[in-house]
Design a protein around this ligand. Structure first.
Ligand SMILES: *Cc1c(COP(=O)(O)O)cnc(C)c1O
Length: 341
């Protein structure tokens, strides 16, 4: 059963969809799990475009074009998957993309991972040290927008991770696919888990769960900040979505559940233990997780399950949100981990 009386806004077909839902049988067996463990392969939404951001950007960029935009400004860390996806899609659509990035000189020493792809496809970039980025963010973005206007452009600003009222639709639409997947595989009342970095994926899953009648419980594992920050952020985005599209859903009654405690040393910092898990899963299942988002979320999920959480459900669905290019800047740390017997 799906909620009635709503429709999707305009969308560009940019991602390779649908993505498969695959079982992680060997891992489930080795861990002795009583539940079935599944992965929604949103790392397969594209080749260099892979990951969750393209789903949101299908709606965000449609919205930008509808507003008459002919240039895009967005922002994030120097290894942002969102910035890389936006840069590539801009090139694909013929829209110049300017990136306002947060990064240290060390991160810029070599052209690597997502940043390499940003530059390869012609995005213009400005990089600011973390304290400056944190303090002057609004000013930096306004200045970038103003420069483009003075050059005769109509720029459109996409917020961090495209997690806003429009971006929510990306994972509402993913839930349309999940409804089909669940039907095909007999998945019933599952727990769905994703990594939360700016909250848009989880917000979309929470909304899509209701709109497509999945009967699931949705959890996000935060990879920065804390549970309080994400609960507020996701609820704010859901309210803004509900208002902007005049949907009239009782969003205040929708559960927003965040699993906190797996940030580790900080955003984009990985322990050797986390890298060892990533290697383990890659060897056992041929599934490559990343150290910034999916690896931490998966680590969190397995740890919660080991502590007895979700013992009462039959199916666990992990949403693999991509991020493979974030692995390469960890090459030297990974070399040391793989050397250990
Ligand atoms: C951005 C990102 C996330 C987090 O998604 P949000 O919608 O920002 O919460 C998770 N995984 C990967 C690989 C990402 O790039």
């Amino acid at each position: 059963m799906t909620a009635a009386g709503w429709q999707y806004p305009p969308k560009l077909a940019l991602a390779c969809l649908p993505t498969p839902l695959m079982p992680l049988q060997r891992l489930a067996t080795r861990l002795g799990l009583s539940q079935r463990l599944w992965v929604k392969r949103d790392d397969l939404t594209g080749s260099v475009l892979s990951g969750n951001k393209v789903r949101k950007l299908e709606f965000t960029l449609a919205h930008a074009l509808q507003q008459g935009a002919d240039a895009i400004v967005t922002c994030g860390g120097v290894q942002s998957n969102h910035c890389r996806a936006t840069a590539l899609l801009g090139a694909q659509l013929g829209l110049p993309v300017h990136l306002v990035l947060r990064g240290s000189p060390a991160e810029l020493a070599s052209l690597n991972g997502n940043f390499l792809l940003d530059r390869l496809c012609g995005a213009t970039v400005e990089v600011h040290a973390p304290p400056v980025y944190g303090r002057d963010f609004d000013v930096l973005v306004s200045a970038a927008m103003q420069r483009l206007r003075e050059a005769g452009k109509t720029p459109y600003f996409i917020t961090t991770g495209a997690s806003d009222a429009v971006g929510v639709w990306g994972y509402v639409d993913a839930c349309r696919e999940l409804a089909q997947d669940f039907l095909m595989h007999g998945v019933n009342a599952p727990v769905i888990v994703c990594a939360s970095g700016s909250g848009g994926t989880q917000a979309g899953l929470v909304a899509g769960n209701v709109l497509h009648g999945l009967q699931a419980r949705v959890f996000g594992v935060n990879v920065c900040d804390d549970a309080t920050w994400f609960e507020r952020k996701i609820k704010t985005d859901l309210h803004a979505w509900n208002a902007l599209f005049s949907l009239g859903f009782p969003v205040e009654t929708w559960a927003v559940d965040v699993i906190d405690g797996y940030v580790g040393e900080g955003y984009a910092k990985a322990s050797d233990e986390l890298l060892a898990l990533i290697a383990d899963v890659a060897r056992l299942e041929g599934l490559v997780l990343d150290p910034v988002y999916t690896g931490k979320a998966f680590y969190g999920l397995l740890n919660e399950m080991a502590c007895g959480r979700f013992h009462d459900v039959s199916d666990i669905v992990f949403v693999h949100t991509g991020g493979v290019f974030g692995l390469f800047p960890f090459a030297s740390q990974l070399t040391a981990v793989l050397r250990d017997p």
